[in-house]
Design a protein around this ligand. Sequence first.
Ligand SMILES: *Cc1c(COP(=O)(O)O)cnc(C)c1O
Length: 364
Amino acid sequence: MKINVTKSSLPSYEEYCLEIKDIWDSAWLTNMGPKHVAFEKQLKRFLSVKKTTLFANGHLALEAAIALFNFPRGSEVITSPFTFVSTTNAIVRNGLVPVFCDINNNDFTLNVNKIEGLISKKTVAIVGIHVYGNVCDVERIESIAREHHLKVIYDAAHAFGVKYKGKGVANYGDISMFSFHATKVFNTIEGGALSYNNEQFEETLKDIKNFGIRGEESCVLPGGNAKMNEFQAAMGICNLRHLSEYIELRKKAFDRYFQRLRNIDGIFFPHRQDDVESNYSYFPVIFDGYKFNRDQIKSKLARNDIGARKYFFPLTSEFECFKKFNKGNTPVAKYISDRVLTLPLYSDLSIEDVDEICDIILGN
Ligand SMILES: *Cc1c(COP(=O)(O)O)cnc(C)c1O
């Protein structure tokens, strides 16, 4: 591919080498070493939350966030099927039942008017997804959760750096997961974190990510291994220095796409949300009644060596292993999933590249 749908943001080679020099000197590669400690502290400050716990990747962080609450097996979790499969996997791998709720047709987050109709005696939590960095209706979700005694967990994998009403997104809900996978706005190669304001969560999360061991002769719970290593943390330290530059560059490309593709019959975008400071993580486009359908646009781009992604298609509720949970009650999610395509977007995508992509989409 000449232009892929995404490309990892990297510091200069020299900057990373300089950062990892200490790792060679100390020969301390993992297990919450100095880079891990420093990066965790920086992130916590950046996210403006009381606590942040690092993980080897976003998925294991999300599994840990759900495991933290020790819900009885078979309990139900209200969630959206319009997401990366990781969200649904994390629910099911915790022995819980995903109850799929439809999404809004303007920002593709959970439709809060549909949540209460899905609550049963077995419901324990809502897992919302800040999809493409669009923020869920966190206030309504909080009030529903309070009334029905539910926990609120956010998959904020797309929302690193996003603010809502001037506050970091992780200040909403009980706990939020960020992914630092190579393909995300901010990466630590692989990596992830949980952010939360309840300081009591910290010890258990550390147990879950480090075998449940405390000291040499104590294991308090059957934890796994989900520790972020020192090389990942070093990449995080470097990339965090440049995050505002990366986001600024993404915004330039984003704005150019918007300028070129707006006001075209049959081409739609999610609404820009009020009170949200965006991270410009994705550029999703809905082709609905345009001269070419979504799959034709994807093929046209592929013929020109340009990658675009049907993100998200299919819905997670349509995957073989989750069909048994699919009640067919998410028509809006289905509609969007059948028509959405995310276009290439990354920090060193040039305006010329954006123009080439738009020319292909708009041409015959
Ligand atoms: C990337 C992503 C994940 C998983 O994160 P990893 O760091 O790749 O494990 C989960 N949910 C969503 C919505 C994602 O985009």
